[in-house]
Design a protein around this ligand. Structure first.
Ligand SMILES: Cc1cc2nc3c(=O)[nH]c(=O)nc-3n(C[C@H](O)[C@H](O)[C@H](O)COP(=O)(O)O)c2cc1C
Length: 438
């Protein structure tokens, strides 16, 4: 039986030149100005999406690999998505907007005040995607970067501090009584003396309390520590895991256990699996694309190498396709997850680079669950099946041009609506209210 699912759109390459290299740039959208995003946000709202989430990293990465990131605009430049959010709120009425923030970059008091301002300006539609990457530490001071788990500890302290500030106006502190002329009762404001491991500051916050809830917190970390963070703090978890029944149920159970350990209910965290489907007009077309993907030509392999070079901060573009990866080619700062994605379960000492890149090029069919190429109907089957396993929703992953939004959604939206999987209307009250509406 179908049940309603939540839908988000993930602008996966951030507020940057995300169409670079694609012909649809010739629609003359300018990524630095807001209309491209405003138009896309309106389409997502019309489609019934809960939110748009914007990836971010405050840095171009490690100093010696910057060129790899910017040469093809793969890892930068990136403008600050927090400052894009007001334009998107103004263009829409219901859509949530969730910029990515890294606690490393903003002190709690400033963050709490800015986010409170945006939460009021948007009528309670702000979310924050809290990430803990430490690769940008050098931009914010000369202390060495924190370790993986310590960065999560700092994020928890930061978020706790934000919440203490947002709650520093007790009930009754805001009076706003034109008859008596009293605006607020200063005796009902908490001083919030925070002395923690990473931050020390005093409150109270110089911004009004919220009538309909604090900004929504989203998180993407998939490690044990990341899932614990989500269980303890998040309203939305962005999940990346194999889409088998066992894996989906296991992922959800781990978050729910973590939530229960912190006294929260399982239903407090909406879990959305991130998927980037390739939707085509017919099953035959999908079969043709999948068959061709297993036999990429050298130009296609070089393109994959280029993209991987940015993610891995390691130049693969000049390597011999027929030779194994040179020993020690990846520096210590390179993410183990990204290396695993490249080499899979092949023997690194003997498998040629061509084998790794060909494996990345090879696509699978939605219909047999070997991949994500298929028709809108086949994709709707997959979303419906995820829902039957108890799942809350799906995060569609891509860049954000009206062209890509339409390519993905034109057929899909009516199919999902007919099946009762996609909302037809929003409830009043902002992002929290819509996440909790079902
Ligand atoms: C859907 C999704 C979105 C993400 N968005 C960001 C992002 O915007 N910025 C960032 O620095 N990391 C982002 N990440 C990476 C995670 O924040 C995190 O660094 C990564 O999952 C490793 O953390 P872990 O060790 O807890 O899994 C994202 C990951 C996923 C799966």
């Amino acid at each position: 039986m179908s049940r309603l699912q939540h839908f988000g759109w993930f602008l996966a390459r951030g507020f940057g030149p995300h169409g670079w290299g694609h012909p649809y740039l010739d629609w003359d959208w300018r990524w630095t100005t807001p209309e491209l995003y405003r138009q896309s946000a309106r389409e997502l709202e019309r489609a019934g999406f809960d939110f748009l989430l914007i990836e971010d990293a405050p840095s171009l990465g490690s100093a010696d690999t910057i060129d790899l990131r910017v040469r093809h605009a793969f890892g930068g430049p990136k403008h600050d998505p927090l400052l894009l959010a007001p334009y998107l709120f103004q263009a829409t009425q219901h859509l949530g907007v969730i910029p990515t923030v890294n606690p490393a970059g903003t002190l709690p008091y400033t963050a709490a005040r800015q986010f409170a301002t945006l939460q009021h300006l948007s009528d309670h539609r702000l979310g924050l995607n809290v990430v803990t990457d430490t690769g940008s530490a050098r931009h914010f001071g000369d202390a060495p970067p924190l370790g993986h788990d310590a960065a999560y500890d700092r994020a928890e302290e930061w978020l706790g501090a934000l919440r203490a500030l947002w709650r520093s106006w007790q009930d009754g502190a805001l009076v706003a009584d034109p008859v008596s002329g009293v605006y607020a009762d200063g005796r009902r404001l908490d001083a919030v003396r925070h002395r923690g491991e990473y931050y020390a500051f005093d409150g109270p916050l110089n911004a009004l309390p919220f009538e309909r809830g604090e900004p929504v917190i989203a998180s993407p970390g998939g490690s044990g520590r990341g899932l614990a963070f989500a269980g303890a703090n998040s309203d939305i978890q962005l999940a990346l895991a194999p889409l088998t029944e066992a894996s989906v149920r296991d992922y959800r159970a781990r978050i729910h256990r973590a939530a229960a350990e912190r006294g929260r209910a399982a239903s407090d965290v909406r879990i959305l699996f991130a998927i980037q489907p390739v939707l085509v007009a017919s099953a035959e077309e999908a079969d043709r694309i999948v068959a061709a993907s297993g036999h990429p030509d050298d130009a296609a392999l070089r393109e994959i190498a280029r993209r991987q070079s940015s993610d891995l901060e390691t130049d693969l573009t000049t390597l011999d396709l027929e030779a194994p990866l040179p020993a020690g080619i990846f520096g210590e700062h390179v993410s183990q997850g990204s290396i695993r994605r490249l080499v899979g379960d092949r023997d690194v000492a003997s498998a040629p680079l061509r084998a790794h890149l060909t494996a990345l090029s090879t696509l699978g069919r939605i219909s047999d669950r070997s991949g994500f190429v298929g028709t809108a109907d086949e994709f709707a089957d997959l979303i419906e099946e995820l829902g039957e396993w108890g799942n809350d929703g799906v995060l569609l992953w891509g860049d954000l041009h009206p062209v890509t939004v339409h390519r993905m959604l034109d057929e899909l939206v009516p199919i999902l609506r007919r099946r009762g999987i996609l909302r037809r209307e929003f409830v009043p009250g902002g992002l929290h209210a819509n996440l909790r509406a079902f």
